[in-house]
Design a binder for this molecule. Structure first.
Ligand code: FAD
Ligand code: SF4
Ligand code: SF4
Length: 461
């Protein structure tokens, strides 16, 4: 008998007043009993609409049926056929706009907690299964992957499973892309990412860190001198945008990328870390996306009063609703309909205030959202000692500038076929944020998967 409860089983979590003072994971995960109970909410629909909402096409009803029977390892194995990063996706996928948005249980109540169940199955496997995957026999072909974010790791994993000799080149000293340098520990523990990367290493994937393709070595050299027959570019979109207002060069002004990298990758919040981070008392974060929420919640955990400045209203916030609610519960203050005009410095050259203007919503713009327009005579000043700009990012132009014949969009995105990731250069494929601009983990994984299939077609002809 299915469980016809209208609501999902709630996710046990650290209390807001406790968690806003530590970097440990906020969501604690289901127990086995709760996971089975939640799995029983699935109706095992014949036409499984949920699967069409998953960019890597996980066999959702099949894995959930195994969960309902308490066979968690079998559930994991079904997920692993389609996804190389289930413990990651179960935590950070925007499920509400992906698989769960298509779930029929969502018509008259809440959808099945597909992401929560996926997380449980992956964590169960990691805790109970010590068997390591076996490296497949080599097929003699060599492929290079640029960037070790979710698109690159997925492409590398899928190719390694088919016997390709895959090397991932990563500019930073640790693999994982945004999963390790951007998304904070309290949403995605780094040990979980590392475990998923170790699984790829068992499959034979080699990861070379501290190699900047375009500087240390070019794509042309990889293909002509090092014998790589195909290349996948998954270099992401890590170039931060600024507002170009006066004062952005002052000390105490960070891009969200730099602030989060110092905290997540360099562990700047730990007392013995070599990397400094400013422990501002009054911090303003400019922007309203997931990155702004992450930066604000990190600054809060460093002991600051934090204000998010956003030029539209709460309704238009682009961040996931769950992240906004978590930020509000943790005591982050939101200043809506507010736009910074200038960051004011003190006599030492440090940011000390931000001059703002109130906004109101006008006619819709090209994105369909109502355009914020300045309100006459509404300027005011906010005292602070640290400003974090979370205004979006674009692809880094480095690879294109050192490689012949790779076509890009005006804004920097690499031009690649949607189905295959093939770029304007034979044998060179691309996907993830490097192609689409800042998007999501699962879309990047979907692109890596499609490109791996296309590279396999190309090299096995
Ligand atoms: P990335 O993850 O950016 O990885 C690219 C990698 O390439 C990096 O490691 C980079 O160092 C490396 N690289 C770049 N240039 C070179 C070069 N020249 N040579 C060698 N290596 C290079 N998405 C979600 O789905 N859910 C979330 O909750 C979520 N939260 C986010 C929070 C933050 C703070 C940020 C910044 C993003 C978040 N995203 C989230 C978006 C998501 O992380 C990205 O869409 C996704 O990581 C893109 O994957 P990718 O593989 O294309 O690139
Ligand atoms: Fe849903 Fe993401 Fe899991 Fe796919 S990977 S089933 S979209 S949570
Ligand atoms: Fe189960 Fe929902 Fe998918 Fe139907 S749509 S199979 S209820 S998860």
């Amino acid at each position: 008998m299915p469980n016809m409860a209208m609501q999902k089983n709630p996710m046990p979590s650290q209390q807001p007043e406790v968690r806003n003072q530590n970097f440990m994971e906020v969501a604690l995960g289901y127990s086995a009993e709760t996971a089975i109970d939640e799995a029983k909410r699935c109706l095992n629909c014949k036409n499984h609409p949920c699967v069409s909402g998953c960019p890597v096409r996980i066999h959702i009803p099949e894995f959930i049926q195994k969960m309902a029977q308490g066979d968690f390892e079998a559930a994991y194995q079904i997920i692993a056929e389609s996804s190389s990063l289930p413990a990651v996706c179960g935590r950070v996928c925007p499920q509400e706009s992906q698989c769960e948005s298509k779930c029929v249980r969502g018509i008259k109540g809440e959808p099945v907690g597909i992401g929560r169940l996926e997380r449980f199955a992956a964590d169960w496997h990691n805790a109970h299964c010590t068997d390591r995957p076996v490296k497949p026999a080599s097929n003699g072909h060599k492929v290079a992957v640029i960037g070790s974010g979710p698109s690159g790791l997925t492409c590398a994993g899928d190719l390694a499973k088919k016997g390709y000799d895959v090397t991932v080149f990563e500019a930073l000293h640790l693999a994982g892309g945004v999963l390790v340098y951007g998304i904070p520990e309290f949403r995605l523990p780094k040990a979980i990412v590392q475990k998923e990367i170790d699984t790829l290493a068992d499959l034979g994937v080699k990861i070379e860190t501290n190699v900047v393709i375009g500087k240390t070595i070019t794509i042309d050299e990889l293909m002509q001198e090092y014998g790589f027959e195909a290349v996948f570019i998954g270099s992401g979109a890590g170039l931060p945008k600024f507002m170009n207002i006066p004062g952005e060069n002052l000390k105490g002004v960070y891009s969200a990328n730099e602030f989060l990298t110092r905290i997540n990758l360099m562990k700047a919040y730990k007392p013995n870390s070599d990397t400094p981070i400013q422990h501002g008392k009054h911090v303003a974060v400019v922007g309203g996306g997931n990155v702004a929420m992450d930066a604000a919640r990190c600054a809060k955990r460093l002991g600051a009063d934090v204000t998010i400045i956003y030029r539209r209203t709460e309704v238009e916030l682009p961040a996931r609703r769950e992240e906004v609610e978590h930020a509000m519960e943790e005591g982050i203050v939101f200043k809506f309909l507010t736009n910074p005009l200038e960051i004011i410095g003190d006599e030492r050259g440090w940011a000390s205030a931000v001059r703002c203007q109130e906004m109101e919503l006008g006619e819709p713009d090209a994105s369909g959202r109502r355009r914020p327009v300045p309100k006459e005579g509404s300027e005011f000043s906010l005292d602070l000692d640290c400003v974090i700009m979370a205004l979006g990012t674009s692809p880094n132009p480095l690879i294109k500038s050192t490689t012949e014949g790779l076509e890009t969009q005006k804004w920097g995105g690499i031009i690649a076929e949607e189905e295959t990731g093939l770029t304007s250069r034979t044998g060179v494929y691309a996907g993830g944020d490097a192609v689409t601009g800042a998007a999501t983990v699962i879309l990047a994984m979907g692109a890596g998967k499609n490109a791996a299939a296309a590279i396999d077609d190309y090299l096995s002809k």
